[in-house]
Structures are given as C-alpha cells and as structure tokens.
Design a protein around this ligand. Structure first.
Ligand SMILES: Nc1ncnc2c1ncn2[C@@H]1O[C@H](COP(=O)(O)OP(=O)(O)OP(=O)(O)O)[C@@H](O)[C@H]1O
Length: 320
C-alpha cells in the first residue's frame, strides 16, 4: 500500500544517444519494487511528447480530479515538448517530474536535479507537494504562435551550435561513449567561424537598445546553456524574471577569453557583453539567423519574439 500518486511516464528512447532505454528499465523496476502505479508511454516521433502531455492535461483539467504526476525520461528536448503540451492547456494541474537522460541536461543542472537517475527518482519520491518554478513564455509575432521554455531561447551562435550538433554524426558517436558534451565542443569551433555578427533590437521596460554586432542573443530561465556552460550564474528558476545575455562578435582570442571568464562569471564585466534582468522583453532581428529553444533547432529565419515569465508545477525536491 502506498500513498504515492501514480506516474504517467513519457520515455524518449532516442534521447542521450539511446541511453534512456536502459535507464527506464531500471526506473520501472524501482517503481514496481515500491508498488507505485505507472503507465509507460514511449514517444513515437518528434512532437509526440507534446501530444501526450497535452492529452493528459486535458483529461485532468477539472478541480475535482487528482492528476497523476507526469514523469519525463529524456533530454532537454523531451522535457521542452512535455512542458509545451501541459502549458497549452489553461489551468493545467498536472505536475511535471523529470529524470534527465539526455546529453546536455541543462534543466537538471539549473533546477537542482541530479543526473544520476536513481537519485533523481529519490528526489521525486521525496516530494510531498508541487514545486512551482518559473518557465519562459515566448510569443512569436511572426508566426502568431506561443511556446514555452524551461531553459533558454537563443538566436545566433548557440543556436548555430545546436544546428550543427543535431546534424552531426559525431554527436551520435560520442553519445555512445557518454561524451555528448564533447560533441558541442566540435560544433562550437565550427559555429564560431560560420556565425556572422547580426543587428539586434531589444525592447524592455519602455526602452529600446540596438546592437549592431550581435553574436550570442540568449534569453534564459536558469544559469546554463550548451550542456553545462554557465551563461549567467545569477539566473534562477525562482526569480520570476528572465535574463537576456547579449555577446557581441569579437575575435577568436577575445572569445576564448570571454568563454573562460564565463566559468568565473566575470564575462559580464567586459564591454562586448550586455545583460538584462527583466520580466518582459522583445527581441527583433532583421537578418535570417539560427534559433534554438531548449536545445531544439528553430532553423534559420528572422525573429520578432516577445518574452515573459509564467510558472509550471514540478514534482521533486531540489538538491542544495
Ligand atoms: N520516436 C522518436 N524518434 C525520433 N526522434 C524522437 C522520437 N521521440 C522523440 N524524438 C526527438 O528526440 C530529440 C532528442 O531528444 P532530447 O533533446 O530529449 O535528447 P538529447 O538531445 O539527447 O538531450 P539534450 O537536449 O539534453 O542534449 C527531440 O528532438 C525529440 O523530438
């Protein structure tokens, strides 16, 4: 007999270079040993996690029905899809739990979830109530669509890295050897030399800012991007604000310096780096650039995006 709420599990066997399959077998065993009810749902294609989460949120969209906990096993992309499925339903009451199985796992780092699956499960089982965390909302004024992000939305360099990495055979190879972050490194070098500076307009708190040589233009909900790179340590899923970091294009030596200084959080003190901490902002580009949302490729186009903060109920006890 257990008081634990049942789990509705979404598993992306393709995340983390296929590592999720084995992780799920181990997690399922742990759930059965504890007599915890679950239903397992395997994603059949990109976008399927959004559909599953959306249908679940609709089914339990009444104050009388206690929903199961939606447990996601996958990477940041799978979590992104599930989050979007839930957020599309007004007054959604389904709490989201997450066992990171991807190659980047930035949300786990940023929100205090261990990347050890069994320990992540313990964090989930230790929770007694939902944990309300910030998530970003992005209104795309060109496509008239709304999406949500748990990590960040980037235009320019980081998106270029994602674009190259997602298409690279190196990622699949390195993932096999649990070295997915290394794939980012290869893409980083390639993206640096292919990413040209581009003009960006930022509007926030009634003021407009123009940057002629935008390079990294990333709006973030927590400190990390690109598989553990600390873009901004002060960003927090509890701040009810978003943080925009703009880095202007500099030469390769300066860029290496900025990158190194990031790990000591000194990069924001240098002139090519600009930081906005705000509840709402608008970002406009006039040249086609790569975009990424939680590590998912948005392809190359011009952007006119309005950002704001909303919240999502999660189900875990964060590690200190
Ligand atoms: N059945 C499927 N077949 C092919 N791709 C799938 C399937 N189900 C989900 N996907 C896609 O797998 C992609 C990768 O998932 P995810 O981002 O979770 O893992 P990852 O890239 O290894 O992790 P991270 O983003 O943390 O680096 C997502 O774009 C998702 O849409």
């Amino acid at each position: 007999m257990t008081l634990q709420r049942p789990f509705y599990v979404i598993i992306n066997n393709f995340a983390g270079g296929g590592r999720t399959r084995q992780t799920w077998l181990e997690i399922a065993t742990s759930l059965r040993q504890r007599n915890i009810d679950y239903t397992a749902n395997f994603t059949q294609a990109p976008g399927h996690a959004t559909e599953l989460a959306h249908d679940l949120a609709l089914k339990y969209n009444s104050p009388t029905a206690t929903p199961p906990i939606l447990l996601v096993l996958g990477g940041d992309g799978t979590l992104h899809e599930a989050l979007n499925g839930l957020q599309q339903v007004d007054h959604n009451t389904v709490p989201l739990a997450y066992i990171p199985c991807g190659s980047g796992n930035d949300f786990a780092r940023g929100a205090g979830i261990t990347t050890d699956p069994q320990k992540a499960l313990q964090q989930i089982l230790a929770a007694k109530q939902p944990l309300i965390l910030d998530v970003g909302r992005c209104d795309d004024r060109q496509t008239q669509t709304t999406s949500y992000f748990s990590n960040n939305i980037g235009i320019g360099f980081d998106a270029n890295v994602v674009h190259i990495t997602n298409r690279s055979v190196t990622k699949k190879y390195l993932n096999k050897y649990h070295a997915g972050s290394l794939a980012y490194l290869f893409s980083l070098v390639k993206a640096f030399f292919s990413q040209k500076p581009f003009p960006v307009t930022v509007t926030t708190n009634g003021k407009q800012y123009q940057f002629k040589r935008g390079f990294v233009v990333t709006t973030t909900n927590h400190p990390y991007f690109g598989g553990g790179v600390p873009l901004l340590a002060s960003a927090s899923v509890y701040s009810h604000h978003l943080d925009l970091v703009i880095m202007e294009r500099v030469n390769v030596f300066y860029f290496i310096l900025l990158f190194a200084l990031m790990f000591r959080q000194l990069h924001t003190k240098l002139p090519p780096v600009h930081h906005f901490h705000t509840k709402e902002l608008r970002i406009q580009t006039t040249t086609p650039e790569y975009g990424q949302a939680d590590g998912e490729d948005l392809d190359k186009r011009t952007f006119d995006l309005k950002f704001s903060v909303t919240s999502q109920a999660f189900w875990f006890v964060p590690s200190k």
